[in-house]
Ligand binder design. Sequence first.
Ligand code: NAD
Length: 298
Amino acid sequence: MNYQHVTVAGGGVLGSQIAMQTAYFGYDVTLYDISEEAIAQAKERTAALNEPYRQDLKATDEQLQAAHERLTYTSDLAEAVKEADLVIEAIPEVITIKVDFYKKIATLAPEYTVFVTNTSTLLPSQFAEATGRPEKFLALHFANHIWRNNTAEVMGHEGTEQKYFDEVVHFAQSIGMVALPLYKEQPGYILNSLLVPLLDAAEMLYVNEVADPETIDKTWMIGTGAPLGPFAILDIVGIKTAYNIVQMKAEATKNDNYIRLAQLLKERYIDQGKLGRETGEGFYKYPNPSFAHPEFLK
Ligand code: NAD
């Protein structure tokens, strides 16, 4: 089935990008959020995407205007899903909020509607039952800045029907994504299954004073030909996010390395306002970080 009407639930960081990208590629998109205030913020977010679309996709004013005209906003859930072919859920990463949302749309959406979740850390099998249509439910996971970092990891659970999986792969490609199918459920999908252990290992080398961040990055960049090392990546992720993850691990494991790492990130970076690229400084100083200079690799 070719989708025409797509509903994006949640107009936050990711939802606003998904809605804009889907409208830009010609679909009629309804963006749902919980309140008029949240809708106003979502509108600001989609409007703010014009500039990066001009820069990165060479979007013309006509194309951008047409995309915005295909976008409608509502805080009425029944209205939002009543003729959706596809609902893309990008609401907070909180199990109870998501379960509650799926239970509601299970009865509000037409029987033919396919649901996908953009969850980063949870699994579709956790929500399959609540959707009331497990065969038409799977994960479609985007990366932040989806128009540029255009990966779309497609991951079903055991009860997902292949037909709907294939439709979602096709949809992802139709909005300019590189669709990356997974054969089975995997926490963290492919990207984070690779990235999280890399960042973790780099942080352990640092907290155990084996080497400094620049040397660790340099080793990775020269040794693998990668354009960025793990600490440059952490600056993009944001040091606050990195800290939250480390803090959770520290609490869960009581491991001394994580406890010391959380303290180090807080004292040396967060308390100094060095939150990564977003604030102009993290492990590196921007806009001209040392790792971008040719001498860095010598
Ligand atoms: P966010 O906090 O920026 O946005 C969440 C939005 O959901 C807000 O606009 C909020 O008003 C709305 N919301 C809250 N409760 C709701 C409800 N009951 N129904 C509908 N909308 C509701 O979050 P985000 O960063 O956009 O993340 C959303 C999802 O996308 C999460 O599952 C997250 O794991 C995933 N994700 C995030 C990123 C990222 O880099 N931020 C990347 C990939 C995937």
